[in-house]
Design a protein. Structure first.
Length: 258
């Protein structure tokens, strides 16, 4: 469905150590994609062969441009070229022009008017039935997308225009402002707010589901990661944890129990 997150991708400086870290912390499997001429790793939930995320090494060109290791989310669109143009025409930018991925689909990397980067993806649908996806809330799946925006109200209006996102629950964070949850087709998929002053630039972050948050704290620490915030309870009864992996990449975890 257009406007929903369908893939996530990690770009570290060292894929082997990143795979080791996330398999320990999240419980993922890591295997080569098998794409000819491409060093691309599929990160998956045990028992689900399609994977939930991918990983490829940060390129030398990206390093030269000062792009750090990062996670990015891919939003499904019906027409990558048209959506990339729509971003640019409405004050955003095209960071990587639309390009085909042989046998996979077409993608582009774009930024909103405040500078937060996100990716677009049109998938080539395979013949025959797709294997069932892991149920929502399964450990190892992505459970939430979050935008720290330069201006939360303006950011929501922009993405509503781009993807048709709908306002969902709004949480009053006091001095920090309003945390606006958003949905697509009635299904909550993320939230956004005006970033606090200590956050230097707008960015998208992604929450990976784990079995229990306290045990995840210990796994992050033992694997060489850093805890930035939490564990903390959030409306709806879940718990969150915001972290950095050993290469300095921001990621977050969520669980329904301590």
């Amino acid at each position: 469905m257009q406007g929903t997150f369908i893939w996530y991708e990690l770009m570290p400086t060292d894929t082997a150590s990143a795979a080791e870290f996330y398999t320990k912390v999240v419980g993922w499997t890591a295997k080569d994609s098998g794409m000819p001429g491409v060093d691309y790793t599929i990160l998956g939930v045990p028992g689900y062969d399609m994977g939930v995320a991918g990983m490829m090494q940060l390129t030398e060109d990206m390093k030269a441009r000062g792009i750090p290791p990062h996670w990015t989310g891919y939003v499904a669109v019906d027409d990558v070229d048209a959506m990339a143009k729509k971003f640019a025409d409405n004050g955003g930018a095209v960071c990587h022009a639309p390009e085909d991925i042989p046998g996979v689909g077409r993608f582009a990397v774009v930024a909103d008017p405040q500078g937060a980067v996100i990716s677009l993806l049109k998938v080539i649908m395979p013949e025959g039935p797709m294997p069932p996806e892991p149920a929502a809330g399964t450990p190892g799946t992505f459970g939430w997308a979050e935008l720290m925006a330069g201006n939360g109200e303006e950011a929501f209006a922009f993405y509503q225009n781009m993807f048709g996102w709908e306002k969902d629950m709004a949480v009053d964070m006091g001095a920090m402002g309003i945390y606006q949850c958003f949905a697509k087709g009635g299904k909550a998929i993320g939230g956004m707010m005006t970033k606090p002053p200590m956050v230097t630039a707008p960015f998208w972050g992604y929450y990976i589901t784990v079995d229990a948050i306290d045990a995840a704290v210990e796994r992050v620490k033992q694997a060489g990661g850093k805890i930035l915030f939490g564990p903390e309870s959030v409306p709806g009864g879940s718990f969150i944890l915001q972290c950095e992996d050993p290469q300095g990449t921001y990621f977050a975890l969520t669980a329904s129990k301590r």
